[in-house]
Design a protein. Structure first.
Length: 284
């Protein structure tokens, strides 16, 4: 069953309440992580916790728990859910403040750990692949707030996702301020060309995903050369395969972009191989 840990106390989701003066609600002032667990084992737990604290440090948010306590509370909440497989949403807000912006008026940070299920895409898309569009909404300029910070303000991504939905698609490709490929609204992007695996580098305006980095490791272990290089829509349109990675999405093929088929218009062999290897690793 879904449960929520509110500052150390595990409660049913119906009783998990936040104060309307919380800066996370009023201003998106906070950070979060999305984490999967398989067979009761939390996938890449340490890496996710490290990224959470790195994001918090960037926005000058002091998390009241140390890393060991945080990991222990996450594990406690997973056990309380009684679920074998599921999804964890770990949120830290600046805390309850006033209607003004001043974070100094916030009382203390709030820690929320949600354990529930997630299905980002219907199962058929994992078999047939996704059709996506290129959004007219670009990724926020890196000089505003670093895309490497997983903050509670996802309006940039949400606007692109709305555009995708209106086009009848499940996802949208987002470009950066230079017109280069950045990422999708919730996933990192990979292309296959001439047997090489290509993905935008961190400085292209992407969130450096945990699943992204795991897939890069798996590809290298399989003898597939990986290039982290700037990519354009031409690279997308001319790719032989394309797939997305993310905690919610795991590994999923893209078979059409802006009405143009990618490769054969079906999930390709490298995509299938890496998805299989990822699922084996996740469940091991």
């Amino acid at each position: 069953m879904a449960v929520v840990n509110m500052n150390g106390e595990v409660v049913p989701k119906e009783k998990a309440l936040v104060n309307v003066y919380d800066h996370g609600l009023l201003y998106g002032d906070g950070v979060f992580e999305g984490i999967r667990f398989y067979n009761g084992k939390i996938f890449r737990h340490h890496e996710h916790i490290e990224r959470l604290y790195e994001s918090a440090r960037h926005i000058l948010l002091e998390i009241p728990w140390g890393r060991d306590r945080m990991m222990a509370e996450v594990e406690k909440t997973v056990r309380a859910s009684g679920m074998s497989d599921g999804y964890i949403r770990l949120v830290v807000t600046r805390g309850v403040g006033t209607l003004g912006l001043d974070p100094a008026r916030c009382s203390h940070p709030q820690i929320i750990i949600i354990v529930d299920t997630i299905a980002l895409y219907p199962e058929k898309f994992y078999e047939e692949g996704l059709e996506i569009i290129t959004s007219s909404v670009i990724r926020a300029h890196p000089n505003t707030i670093s895309p490497r910070v997983k903050s509670l303000n996802y309006l940039n991504n949400i606007l692109a996702r709305i555009e995708a939905s209106r086009a009848g698609c499940q996802e949208a490709l987002m470009l950066n301020h230079l017109g280069e490929v950045a990422e999708c609204t919730a996933d990192n992007v990979f292309l296959v060309k001439n047997g090489l695996l290509r993905t935008p580098p961190p400085n292209a305006g992407i969130l450096e995903g945990i699943t992204r980095n795991t897939v890069i490791e798996l590809a290298k272990a399989a003898g597939i050369e990986v290039q982290e290089i700037p990519l354009t829509r031409h690279d997308v349109y001319s790719a032989e395969e394309m797939f997305l990675t993310g905690t919610g999405a795991e590994v999923i093929a893209v078979v059409k972009v802006d009405g143009r088929p990618i490769g054969t218009g079906k999930p390709g062999p490298i995509t299938k191989t890496l998805r299989e290897r990822f699922m084996v690793l996740a469940r091991s």
